[in-house]
Write a protein that binds this ligand. Structure first.
Ligand code: ATP
Ligand code: MG
Length: 451
């Protein structure tokens, strides 16, 4: 691999010598490949699709690379949109499925044969801001991130083309950046996160030169626009290997650049509690994905930012005279505002996340009509599941979770009974908007459930 360079001819693995078959490729991707070829263009499957098929895994999506320009791709498909500024791409849409079609790009951007194209735009720190210089397939291979992501399946002869030694790394289980690692991380720091994501997802090791800069370059993530970081966070934690990804992110000191407040809590706390809650949340995410069950990103964010919320509530309580409800809402606002300075947290996630948090207080009122009414809350299930998660490490939460689990198992009559007998005796207790009497315990922890 070290001896390879831009001018080395590719290793060609003919159809009989690899396991990629058209029946395993999405029919829509095959359609796009053939349409491009019929129009006289070169068309290859590339990236995760080829990598995962060679590994016998099911690809998440199918990316196509071609020598057709985005506008030429656009003309070939009715269902096509051109997107992206930094990288101009064609998206061909088939119902829910999007096939991404990218034009071969030049490697360095400096010696492009195409004088019409806008050139590579760089920030002072070397980050590539836009890169729409088109090139040959060889150049395209060299500008990709990892060797295992730069294999091409050519629809012309069904061969796999390997320009950068990806096949050997795939067999050896190695994540290796193409070219000079430090430079490549500087050009696009998101590659730090991608490296970790692929290592976790595939169970691969790092090539030592690819690994070394990981420990010390986390600070580059500070320059990445928050929206892009948010996209990447979702990929990191919703790819089926969230737990392993989390462990690696912490190991390489990258996690703190995504969730600084959480990292501080994890670093400070001597107890295992905060980490345990997170680990349970991440492993249950992985387990759900493995079973094909849906995932609610808001739930994951609620877990990732739970400890900062508790910390913030403790601080506010010491300084301010807020009732429980306002205490939580004020703390939640501060936590969200702090977080979005680093990675975006769109409202479609932050609002349900805050509801899940608020439900932790509302679930504490287990008398009268309140519990029955709470069942109709759109976020009840997520709130209850979050309580169960806390129950693993918090005795008071465990008692409350038990109560709710028993309550849910009852029929209507049973539920009325369960909430009624002692209502009057306890009237006035644990009202949401009432200023709590002296509470020496943890403000974020509910008082023991009282019926
Ligand atoms: P996944 O299984 O997550 O889809 P993937 O490898 O296909 O993994 P994509 O984000 O879909 O990842 O990107 C497709 C391909 O584009 C990659 O395999 C890689 O070749 C190239 N690529 C993506 N992001 C970068 C980047 N930041 N720098 C260089 N090449 C990239
Ligand atoms: Mg992909």
């Amino acid at each position: 691999m070290e001896s390879r360079s831009l001018n080395t001819p590719p290793v060609i693995i003919p159809r009989p010598d690899h396991n990629i078959s058209r029946v395993n490729i999405s029919p829509n991707a095959v359609k796009v490949l053939y349409r491009l070829r019929e129009a006289g263009y070169r068309a290859c499957l590339v990236g995760g699709g080829v990598r995962d098929l060679l590994l016998g895994r099911e690809p998440k999506d199918f990316d196509i690379a071609t020598d057709a320009r985005p506008e030429q791709v656009y003309k070939l498909f009715r269902n096509c949109r051109l997107i992206g500024r930094r990288f101009r791409l064609a998206h061909v849409q088939f119902g829910q499925e999007i096939i991404e079609v990218a034009t071969f790009r030049a490697y360095s951007g400096e010696d492009s044969e195409d004088s019409d194209s806008p050139s590579v735009e760089r920030a002072d720190d070397g980050r590539i801001l836009s890169d729409n210089v088109y090139g040959s397939i060889e150049e395209d291979a060299w500008r990709r991130d990892f060797t295992i992501n730069a294999l091409y399946y050519d629809i012309n002869n069904f061969a796999v083309l390997d320009y950068v030694g990806g096949m050997a790394d795939l067999k050896a289980g190695l994540i290796r950046l193409i070219g000079d690692p430090a430079q490549h991380y500087h050009e696009d720091p998101v590659r730090l996160l991608r490296a970790v994501r692929f290592a976790a997802k595939l169970g691969f090791r790092f090539d030592p030169e690819t690994e070394a800069p990981l420990h010390r370059l986390g600070h580059l993530l500070d320059k990445i626009p928050p929206a892009r970081l948010c996209d990447e966070i979702l990929k990191l934690f919703l790819g089926g290997s969230a737990l392993q990804t989390f462990e690696l992110l912490r190991h390489y000191r990258l996690f703190g650049w995504l969730f600084p407040a959480t990292e501080r809590c994890l670093g400070h706390q001597q107890q295992h509690y905060p980490k345990t809650l997170l680990i349970r949340a991440l492993s249950s995410t992985d387990a759900r994905l493995a079973k094909g069950q849906p995932i609610n990103p808001a739930f994951l964010f609620a877990a990732l930012l739970w400890e900062p919320l508790r910390e913030q509530m403790r601080q506010l309580q010491a300084a301010d005279d807020l009732n429980e409800h306002d205490l939580l809402q004020t703390a939640a606002e501060i936590v969200v505002q702090t977080q979005i300075r680093h990675a975006a947290l769109p409202r479609r996630y932050s609002l349900p996340m805050r509801e899940i948090w608020a439900l932790q207080q509302r679930l504490m009122v287990i008398t009268g009509k309140h519990p029955q009414r709470l069942l109709t809350h759109p976020r009840f299930r997520a709130g209850y599941d979050f309580l169960l998660l806390r129950a693993d490490t918090d005795e008071q939460a465990a008692e409350l979770a038990d109560w709710w689990t028993r309550f849910l198992a009852l029929d209507d009559a049973g539920r009325i009974q369960a909430t009624q007998p002692e209502v009057k005796a306890k009237k006035g207790k644990a009202r949401r908007r009432r200023k709590p009497r002296s509470r020496k315990t943890d403000p974020a922890a509910p008082p023991s459930p009282k019926t």
